[in-house]
Unconditional design. Structure first.
Length: 258
C-alpha cells in the first residue's frame, strides 16, 4: 500500500491538471496571477471548516484520547496550484484555485481542514490532513499569493511578476532568489510540455499526464488523515464546479457590459 505522502502527491497531480482543464479563462488575457477567491468566499470557507461535517472529519483523527476536542482556526486561505494552461501559454494565469485551507489542532497535533464550494456555491469540508504545511507557507509568503507545483512538492509566493521559493523543493526548482514569471514558464514548459493531457506520455496512462512516480519531499506534504479516493474526487469535483460557476458569472458580466 502506498505511503500517505505518495497518495497525496498522486492526488495533487490529478487535481492540478483537472483544474487547469476546466479553467480556460481564469482572468484577463496576459494575466500573471490566478483569479483570487474573494474574502467573502473565504469567510464562507471558514464557516464550512467549523461545520458539523468538518468536526466529524476531525473526530476521525486519533490522538490517543477519545475525549480530545478539535480546535479550528478562523484564518482561512486559498491554495492555488500550477495551471497546465500556463505550461502551454505564458499569457495564461500561473496558477488556478485548488482548495481553501484552515488550520486546526487536536490533542496538540497540527491539522488542516480542506474546503471547496459545491455546484450551488456552498462551501463544504471535504478532507482533513495532518500537519500545518499551508499555514507555514502562508506565513513565509508574507501576504503574497501562495501556489504550489504539486508534482515536485514545491511552494512559491507570487508578487507582481516575481516568483519566490518558499520551501526546499521550490529552492531546488528555481534557485534561492526570486525569478520572473517568464523564467518560470520556461522551466515548467521544459518539465511538463510533453506530459500534459493529450500527449503520448499521458496516453500511456500516467495520471493527468504528469509524472507521479517521485516521492513527495518530507518537509512539504501533509499526510492525508482521510485516505479515501472518494474524498479526493470530491475535492476535485467541487473545485472544478466552482470555476465553472465563476466563469459563467464572468461571461454574463461581459455580455451585460456590451
Amino acid at each position: 500500500m502506498p505511503r500517505p505522502k505518495n497518495i497525496l502527491l498522486r492526488l495533487s497531480a490529478v487535481l492540478a491538471v483537472g483544474l487547469g482543464l476546466v479553467l480556460t479563462v481564469g482572468g484577463a488575457a496576459g494575466a500573471a496571477g490566478p483569479e483570487l477567491v474573494s474574502s467573502d468566499e473565504l469567510s464562507k470557507a471558514t464557516t464550512a471548516a467549523h461545520s458539523p461535517t468538518a468536526l466529524g472529519l476531525l473526530g476521525k483523527v486519533s490522538t490517543g484520547s477519545a475525549k480530545t476536542a478539535a480546535t479550528v482556526s478562523q484564518d482561512t486561505h486559498g491554495v492555488y496550484a500550477l495551471n497546465p494552461a500556463f505550461v502551454r501559454d505564458a499569457s495564461a494565469p500561473v496558477a488556478t484555485f485548488w482548495y481553501a485551507a484552515t488550520p486546526a489542532s487536536k490533542g496538540g497535533q497540527a491539522l488542516t481542514v480542506y474546503t471547496a464550494p459545491d455546484q450551488a456555491g456552498a462551501w463544504q469540508a471535504v478532507n482533513v490532513a495532518s500537519g500545518n504545511t499551508e499555514a507555514r507557507m502562508f506565513a513565509a509568503a508574507r501576504g503574497a499569493v501562495v501556489f504550489t507545483e504539486p508534482q515536485i512538492g514545491a511552494w512559491y509566493a507570487l508578487t507582481g511578476t516575481q516568483i519566490r521559493p518558499l520551501n526546499t523543493s521550490a529552492t531546488k526548482s528555481i534557485g534561492p532568489s526570486p525569478i520572473t514569471i517568464a523564467a518560470y514558464n520556461e522551466l515548467v514548459s521544459t518539465r511538463y510540455s510533453d506530459k500534459l493531457p493529450g500527449t503520448h506520455y499521458s496516453d500511456q496512462g500516467v495520471a493527468g499526464g504528469y509524472d507521479t512516480a517521485a516521492a513527495a519531499p518530507t518537509d512539504t506534504y501533509n499526510d492525508l488523515i482521510l485516505r479515501s479516493t472518494a474524498g479526493a474526487i470530491a475535492l476535485l469535483g467541487l473545485a472544478c464546479l466552482y470555476h465553472r460557476r465563476v466563469n459563467r458569472r464572468s461571461a454574463a458580466t461581459l455580455r451585460n457590459a456590451r
